[in-house]
Design a protein around this ligand. Structure first.
Ligand code: ATP
Ligand code: MG
Length: 219
């Protein structure tokens, strides 16, 4: 494993992990390594990193089974808290949306909504829905970074998932976030149906109200 990482090029150092561009038996691959966090007690830190590594691999696999494009997993090493996966050659949706035309944006947002709909229909929650965790490749959107995901039937978790995306759109794409979110939600409703989508929508409104209440209490 160390040998493989030595031969790799550091691609990004995120909040959670270091990502290396590597080679897996002749295939371009990504090695995602959750490194030790010194601010956490060692035992707890190991538990968290192992748990998230396992969870990410499981959810990448389950999402693929639900018909969502995700990178293929080549190897999981729980003791080294490392996942080696397929490299997706594409552009982060975050960058794409910033330079796309209005119709292109609409099409991509509709696709995003549909894929979140497929996830939620299978009770899969992503946990970190941002446009950095989506890669556009050959007109297809790949979902990555499932380390904070879970399986849940609750409307609450689905609402939180989409609320997070709404917040991410607001902060990253502030000039056109409203249209984007509307198109995302349209795609979502097409997949999950009106009954569930209305419940989730109400939940998002409730979460926002709660947020405002907390803010007011702080002042
Ligand atoms: N399989 C992949 N193929 C191509 N690029 C990838 C792949 N996995 C991750 N990346 C790139 O590396 C970045 C970071 O990956 P990821 O989100 O999984 O790690 P992270 O530690 O959670 O990072 P962050 O804290 O920034 O979210 C992604 O935004 C993406 O650009
Ligand atoms: Mg990420």
């Amino acid at each position: 494993m160390d040998k493989l990482i030595e031969q790799s090029v550091l691609l990004s150092k995120g909040a959670e992990a270091s990502l290396y561009l590597s080679n897996w038996y002749g295939r371009k691959a990504i090695t995602k390594n959750r490194e030790q966090k010194k601010y956490r007690p060692e035992g707890l830190d190991r538990q968290i990193r192992s748990y998230r590594t396992i969870r990410e691999a499981q959810l990448l696999h389950q999402a693929k089974a639900a018909g969502i494009a995700t990178p293929l997993i080549y190897m999981v090493n729980v003791s080294e808290t490392t996942i080696i996966m397929e490299y997706i050659d594409g552009v982060q949706v975050k960058h794409y949306l910033s330079s796309a035309s209005k119709p292109e944006r609409r099409e991509v947002c509709l696709k995003i909504g549909k894929l979140i709909g497929k996830l939620h229909k299978e009770n899969l929650i992503h946990g970190d829905l941002t446009t950095s965790n989506m890669i556009l490749s050959d007109q297809k959107i790949f979902l990555i970074d499932f380390g904070l995901g879970e399986k849940s039937v609750e409307i609450e978790t689905k609402g939180v998932d989409l609320h997070l995306l709404k917040r991410a759109l607001q902060s990253t794409h502030f000039a056109f976030w409203e249209t984007c979110f509307r198109d995302v939600f349209r795609g979502y409703s097409l997949i999950v149906g009106d009954v569930l989508s209305e419940k989730v929508y109400e939940k998002i409104c409730e979460i926002e109200k709660r947020g405002r209440y907390v803010e007011e209490r702080k002042q």
